[in-house]
Design a protein around this ligand. Structure first.
Ligand SMILES: [Zn+2]
Length: 426
């Protein structure tokens, strides 16, 4: 069988031919090779395009001998019995027999691919005729799009996992197909189970939210991201991670980089930290002011003693937790922990300060409710903070995507990025 042509592959003779064969073999056997011998060209993340030159160069350099075995026969999934084109999707090489012109109608991206000069239509001498390899495209996502394109609505799944919705949006983004699936998005999104709050899932939610114009989904995901992002500085550059996941560098995730969100997240995190700082500053100011009291005991003398003890207690606790840097509180830009961890730390300071006051021991239950400040939680910080336009995503991009996906009802902010009333009125 003739090796299938790849997109943009122009050379037919000599070296070009051997390169093509190598590429095909690498694709077919990639699942058998180890990670170290496997060329990276077919394992690229979706949405990230590598230059053809780089790609070819990498292929020739990386192409190491792999175990020679006959390719396992793969079942053809037939979408059209008189189909004229076989799509070979993903690393696994899942094959779909389809009608090329039905696909060409979907978008200009497909039109170019099907009817353009690099379609591979001319070399049809293999058993499968016209074959188009799509190694970067997720087969399960492509299958759903093909079901819709070939009117097989009865087999379109009613619900999907976040992972598949993610791959589907990657595919739709690449081939401009968000509008094609307009009748289905709302059902799929509404049936998504509460996804895990781990980095990969959060990145997927953020991506999906952006591509479908689902602002509310974005707000939910970003609320969690901003609460749990930790910061590391490597060679003067800020790197963001999620609490408990030191191996997943958000700042290097290709999808987040493509969306260009990291700077605004850093800013949002800083704004939340400033809210925490403001709470502590206010409490310290009140405790230091002789006209104020945080003590609940009726006698003014005891109030003063209690206030002073709590104030001293707060300073001692902050000092003990190394929150002072050369005389001033070491805050904001130097905070490396997450906002959630910061709130917890401050709560530890508060309880330690109460203990330091020792007033409870002296006067029994009289000072039981005295506290340097009222306890607050992460939700209070998130609730108090309406992140400004520098952190909130551009509403018009969400609106434009929501028009395509049919999710206009979810295109506007409700909590984290809420705006003055009247915003977003169509
Ligand atoms: Zn008191």
């Amino acid at each position: 069988m003739q090796p299938p042509k790849n997109e943009g592959d122009e050379s037919d003779e000599g070296d070009g031919r051997s390169v093509k064969r190598l590429r095909t073999e690498n694709n077919a056997f990639s699942h058998l090779s180890t990670e170290s011998t496997r060329p990276s060209l077919f394992i690229k993340s979706e949405g990230v395009t590598t230059k053809k030159e780089d790609w070819l160069a990498a292929t020739v350099v990386d192409a190491k001998p792999v175990v020679k075995m006959p390719p396992a026969p793969k079942k053809m999934e037939v979408f059209h019995v008189h189909g004229d084109l076989t799509l070979v999707a993903g690393e696994q090489g899942i094959r779909f027999r389809i009608s090329s012109q039905s696909l060409a109608l979907v978008s200009s991206a497909w039109e170019r691919k099907i009817n353009g000069p690099f379609s591979g239509k001319q070399s049809q001498d293999g058993a499968d005729g016209w074959v188009m390899p799509l190694p970067e495209d997720h087969p399960d996502a492509l299958r759903i799009a093909l079901q819709v394109i070939h009117y097989k609505f009865d087999v379109v799944p009613a619900s999907l996992s976040l992972d598949i919705v993610f791959h589907l949006t990657v595919l739709c983004d690449k081939y401009d197909m968000v509008g094609l699936l307009k009748p289905f998005w709302i059902g799929w999104i509404s049936k998504l189970s509460q996804p895990a709050l781990e980095p990969r899932s959060l990145v997927q939610q953020v991506w999906v939210a952006h591509k479908l114009g689902h602002m509310q989904l974005y707000e939910r995901a970003v609320k969690e991201v901003l609460s749990s992002t930790t910061k590391r500085t490597v060679s003067g550059r800020t790197q963001l991670y999620l609490e408990g996941h030191p191996d997943f560098n958000l700042s290097k995730d290709p999808h987040l980089l493509a969306l260009g969100l990291l700077e605004s997240w850093e800013l949002g995190r800083l704004q939340l930290i400033r809210q925490v700082k403001a709470k502590l500053d206010t409490a310290l100011r009140k405790l230091s002011d002789p006209k104020n009291t945080a003590c609940h005991y009726a006698h003014p003398d005891w109030q003063k003693t209690c206030d002073c003890a709590m104030l001293g207690g707060v300073h001692r606790a902050l000092q003990g937790k190394s929150w002072y840097s050369s005389g001033s509180i070491n805050w904001e830009n130097q905070v490396t922990v997450s906002v959630r961890q910061l709130v917890n730390k401050l709560e530890a300071v508060r309880t330690e300060a109460i203990g330091e006051s020792r007033m409870r021991k002296k006067q029994g239950s009289a000072h039981k409710t005295c506290t340097p400040w009222e306890r607050f939680e992460l939700t209070d910080i998130l609730g108090a903070c309406s992140l400004g336009t520098d952190v909130a995503p551009n509403p018009s991009t969400f609106e434009a995507q929501a028009r395509k996906s049919g999710l206009m009802a979810y295109a506007y902010p409700t909590s984290l990025f809420r705006r003055p009333s009247g915003f977003g009125a169509a």
